[in-house]
Write a protein that binds this ligand. Structure first.
Ligand code: BES
Ligand code: ZN
Ligand code: ZN
Length: 491
């Protein structure tokens, strides 16, 4: 793996990558380029063994690599990302230091804009290059990440796409780094530190509401969930407010940031706790999205809110049967301390509605195991009652390849969340429609006139097997989706 991937030209020997080459015939727009590399492309092309099939990566000679895309009619951005993810490994194995990416014109015009082709390829290169390096010790196997890869193109639109793709890939990888950081390091104060570091390096401003303030201001959910831990809970508020932001739009992104979920006194059993360091992946995605919005200078006002707490067991932890009062005054009977995500999110959503005046409100959360049972790890569950906002999200998801699938939320689901001892309970006594119970609970904390989307990312937030664009572990799911959603709200 490379240490860094950057856009720009390089004086080191550059290899030309012909994307969409077909055997024995050079795409018309690459003929001139071929001359500048002394015919390397055409020599490579006539070598035996290149069929132009999708995913084929063949080094022609020292200065050319041919990349097949196969049938153009079935080509989409995700196929290009996967290809980028495969290409990066081939380039690294060949110790390539600089690559000039040239796309066959027939392909760019037909299915995607030139810019989108460049972006998808670069996203794939950067995503496919990620692995967690921070915990390599003295017995580590394999190479440490090393070297820089420069990527460029002779075509301006492709170059623009490459630049965007590198930014979005890096933002996603940042979410993965935060996600993969173990819970003995990554606790609520550590999350606040990551958000402050982002503010130092960008135009984003970060505020942190401390545990003492949370308690004073009535954040009953965050306080209860966090009180069993030696690391105090906090609410992190990050603001991206460019000077030329689109008037009348304010997107608020809320992330479940439970840095570890033991289940609390409703303890996770049968090793169900293992992997619960990933229970902050919603927050990590919000953080990554904020980084991307700043780097891309997306002209929309966006605020990111991280509801940070660690769900632990101790003499001071909250219990089943506790009744707590939330930020908006709603009372909740705790029936299950493992349904903690909705408690921290509820406060953050109510706070967002009361203090931030959102025109669009979205939350990302590893909220329920039930959504994984229902949908697997190939998509996130989506709840959104506002048709316009939902369409924006679904279009954004189509273009970023982070799939969403809508589930219902009816009055019956909401009524099921009413408790005999308080306004609500945080989990019903039956397992009926578990993922929807989470959505129904949250709906009591969002003002009715605010278009709101709940995205349950418990499935796609992590992967158990290596993909072309993701190593085993956190995927950074939601980072690009949220950045793209913001960009779409700008027009
Ligand atoms: N963090 C979990 C959800 C989860 C489970 C995420 C598996 C990723 C993989 C959440 O806090 C939780 O424990 N949810 C419970 C809810 C139940 C107690 C109402 C669940 O899904 O079982
Ligand atoms: Zn839980
Ligand atoms: Zn949880």
């Amino acid at each position: 793996m490379y240490r860094t991937i950057r856009t720009g030209s390089s004086r080191t020997p550059t290899i030309v990558a012909a994307v969409g080459a077909s055997p024995n015939r050079l795409p018309r727009n690459l003929t001139r380029l071929d001359k500048s590399v002394d015919g390397a492309l055409s020599t490579a092309l006539v070598r035996p063994g290149f069929d132009g099939k999708r995913g084929e990566i063949v080094f022609g000679d020292e200065s050319a690599v041919l990349i097949g895309l196969g049938d153009i009619d079935t080509l989409d951005a995700q196929a290009l990302r996967d290809l980028g993810g495969r290409l990066i490994k081939a380039l690294y194995r060949a110790r390539v230091k600089a690559v000039q990416i040239e796309v066959a014109a027939s392909i760019r015009a037909k299915v995607l804009s030139t810019d989108a082709v460049g972006q998808a390829l670069a996203e794939g290169l950067v995503l496919g290059n990620w692995k967690m390096e921070a915990y390599r010790g003295t017995a580590a196997k394999g190479d440490a990440a090393d070297g820089v890869l420069m990527i460029s193109s002779s075509d301006a639109a492709t170059r623009g796409g490459l630049r965007r793709g590198v930014i979005l890939g890096n933002a996603t990888n940042e979410a993965r780094r935060v996600g993969a950081t173990p819970p003995n390091v990554s606790n609520p104060p550590w999350m606040a530190k990551q958000a402050r570091a982002l503010a130092r390096n960008t135009k984003i401003t970060t505020r942190v509401i401390s545990a003492t303030e949370l308690k004073k201001q009535g954040f009953g959910g965050l306080t209860a969930v966090g009180q069993g831990s030696d690391s105090p809970p906090c609410l992190v508020v990050m603001e991206h407010k460019p000077a030329r932001a689109k008037k009348g739009v304010h997107l608020v992104l809320v992330g479940k940031t439970v840095t570890y979920d033991t289940g609390g006194y409703s303890l996770k059993i049968n090793n169900g706790m293992k992997g619960m360091k990933y229970d902050m992946c919603g927050g990590a995605a919000v953080l990554g999205a904020m980084q991307a919005l700043d780097a891309l200078k997306v002209p929309v006002h966006v605020t990111g809110v991280l509801a940070c707490a660690e769900n632990m067991v101790s003499g001071n932890a909250y219990r089943p049967d506790d009744i707590i009062t939330m930020y908006n005054g709603v009372t909740v009977e705790v029936t299950n301390t493992d349904a903690e995500g909705r408690l921290v999110l509820a406060d953050a959503l109510a706070y967002s509605c009361k203090k931030l005046n959102p025109t669009h409100l979205m939350n990302a959360a590893t909220l329920t195991g039930g959504v994984v049972v229902a949908l697997g790890e190939w998509c996130a569950g989506l709840w959104c009652g506002d048709d316009g906002f939902r369409r924006t999200l679904e279009h954004a998801a189509d273009s970023t390849g982070e799939r969403l699938w809508r589930l219902p939320l009816w009055k019956e689901h909401r009524d099921f969340m009413r408790s005999r001892h308080a306004d609500l309970w945080n989990s019903g006594p039956r397992r009926a429609a578990h993922p929807i119970q989470g959505a129904a609970f949250l709906s009591f904390f969002v003002d009715e006139d605010v278009p709101w989307a709940h995205v349950d990312i418990a499935g796609p937030a992590t992967t158990d097997f290596a993909l072309p664009t993701a190593a085993i572990g956190p995927t950074g799911f939601g980072t690009r989706l949220m950045a793209e959603t913001a960009a779409r709200l700008a027009h």
